[in-house]
Design a protein around this ligand. Sequence first.
Ligand SMILES: Nc1nc2c(ncn2[C@@H]2O[C@H](COP(=O)(O)OP(=O)(O)OP(=O)(O)O)[C@@H](O)[C@H]2O)c(=O)[nH]1
Ligand SMILES: [Mg+2]
Length: 212
Amino acid sequence: MSPALDQVFKIGIGGPVGSGKTALIEALVPVLLQRGHSVGVVTNDIYTQEDAAHIRRTLDGVLDPERIVGVETGSCPHTAVRDDPSMNLAAGAELLERYGDIDTLLYESGGDNLTLTYSPLLADVYVFVLDTGEGDKMPRKRGPGITDSDLLVINKIDIAPYVRADLDVMSRDADRVREGRPVILTDCLTGTGVPEVADFLAGRRPACSPSA
Ligand SMILES: Nc1nc2c(ncn2[C@@H]2O[C@H](COP(=O)(O)OP(=O)(O)OP(=O)(O)O)[C@@H](O)[C@H]2O)c(=O)[nH]1
Ligand SMILES: [Mg+2]
C-alpha cells in the first residue's frame, strides 16, 4: 500500500442498491469541507462511472471534480472492496499523488446485498447504509454490514410514512442486533442527521489526522 494512504482517514460506505450511499457522500462532503478537511472520493460501479459523475454534478462548485474518481470494477463489489481492493487502493493513491493535502478519502462501494464488508486495508471505518424504502424489517435481516459496521445509517426517514416503515421499530431492532454500536437516522436530501454522521467520523479519526 502507498505510504501516503496510511496517513489519511479512509471511510468505506456500503449498503444495498439505492439506499443512499451516493446521497450520503454528497451531503457529507460539504460538512467535512466546512470543518476544514481536504477530501477525495472514490466510487465503485460494476460497469460505469455513473456515481462519480453524479457526485461531480451535485458538488459542482463545492468539490474540485478531479477529486472524484470512478472505479469500474467489472466484478461484484465484494471483490473490489473486500477480497482484492487493489483497484481502489490504486485509485486512492493516485488521488493522493495529485492532491497531497487530502486528509479524508471516502470510498463508495457498488450497491450490493447484506454480506458486503470492507477490507481493513481499504477503510479505517465502515459505514453501512440502509433505507426505509426497503422495509422496516431490514435491521432484523442482519448480515455483517448491519450488525458489525462501525456505523449503521438508516436513510430516507422522510419517506418512512409513505412506505409504512416504522422508524421506532427500525431503531429498536438496529440497536438490538448491533448490541449498542451506533445507529444514525438520516434524510440525505435535506441533510437531517448528516452532521451527526460527521461527528461520529470525527470521533473515529486517528489522532495524527487534523481534528474535525
Ligand atoms: N426521499 C429521499 N430520497 C433519497 C434519500 N437519499 C437518497 N435518495 C434518493 O434515492 C435514490 C438512490 O440514491 P443513491 O444515493 O443513488 O443510492 P446509492 O445507494 O448510491 O445507489 P447505488 O450506488 O446505485 O447502489 C436517488 O433517487 C436519491 O435521490 C433520502 O434521504 N430521502
Ligand atoms: Mg451510489
